[in-house]
Design a protein around this ligand. Structure first.
Ligand SMILES: [Zn+2]
Length: 276
């Protein structure tokens, strides 16, 4: 779910569909829109010599797409053994139950309502399937249930909607909270600085080959927007829609409803910190 389809200055690169790292292959879902960019990235992740694969975010309920994911894994000689969700938005999770049925896999997610099977996902969990290692990183803010998955062997992180391959993401108020989101970005920054993560495998848009640059861009963008919202409020714009019209004048109007959610999250943050 994207707030801005294109902003200047962000890093770019990588593939939209197909292999992205040694262990991660993307199958792009056919649900492109202003909010989902080119469509949802469904990631198949596996150790190079393993016949077992993990799928992250099956995507929308679209049988053709779900079967394309299975076919892609099978063509590489792999069986899908587990399904994981970065968060519960329908463009990522709606197809999960059907996908689990087709693959006879369990679905693990932070939100118990999204799980199929007895295992959830919590901070610090390490998923090990067929020798693969995926570390669960809590990244709330876009939604309360947002997770990222650190793939240390490829120095990569799968970020769902926390960092997108293009534009910036929505802090989906009231479920998403800006303070949480900023903490999550700092957590991802420490993965790039302390753990050598280079590559962002996002939930939408192209792969980013400068993970630290992407995180720094997101942090700077958030600080800039927050200052703009504060200025708009000081100038007398009180409602979220008035603030959007001021602050997001450069963004396509089809994205204003999403921007309004981010503005509500920013107004809440500014209020909680005594800044307005
Ligand atoms: Zn989302």
């Amino acid at each position: 779910m994207s707030e801005a389809a294109a902003l200047p200055g962000q890093p770019r690169g990588g593939v939209l569909s197909g292999p992205a790292t040694s262990r991660a292959v993307n199958v792009l879902a056919p649900n492109a829109s202003p909010m989902t960019l080119d469509g949802t990235n469904t990631w198949i992740v596996a150790e190079p010599d393993s016949d077992l694969a993990v799928v992250i975010d099956p995507g929308p309920l679209d049988d053709t797409h779900l079967r394309a994911v299975i076919d892609t894994a099978e063509r590489a000689g792999r069986r899908i053994a587990l399904t994981l969700l970065t968060h519960g938005h329908p463009d990522h999770a709606e197809g999960a139950a059907r996908f689990a049925e087709l693959t006879r896999t369990k679905v693990r997610a932070l939100d118990p309502a999204l799980r199929l099977g007895d295992e959830g996902l919590t901070a610090g969990d390490v998923v090990t399937t067929g020798g693969l290692e995926l570390r669960v990183v809590p990244t709330p803010g876009h939604t309360a249930d947002s997770l990222s998955f650190h793939l240390p062997a490829d120095r990569a992180v799968l970020t769902g909607d926390t960092i997108l391959g293009r534009g910036t993401t929505v802090v989906a108020h009231p479920d998403g909270r800006l303070g949480d989101y900023l903490d999550s970005l700092r957590r991802l920054r420490s993965l790039t600085v302390d753990d050598g993560v280079h590559t962002v495998l996002p939930g939408h848009g192209p792969v980013l080959d400068d993970a630290q640059g992407a995180v720094e861009f997101y942090l700077a963008h958030r600080a800039h927007r927050l200052a703009q919202v504060e200025t708009a409020v000081e100038a007398g714009h009180r409602t979220a829609s008035e603030v959007v019209a001021q602050v997001y004048a450069d963004v396509d109007r089809s994205l204003w409803p999403a921007a309004e959610l981010s503005v509500l999250a920013q107004l809440e943050y500014l209020g909680e910190h005594g800044l307005i």
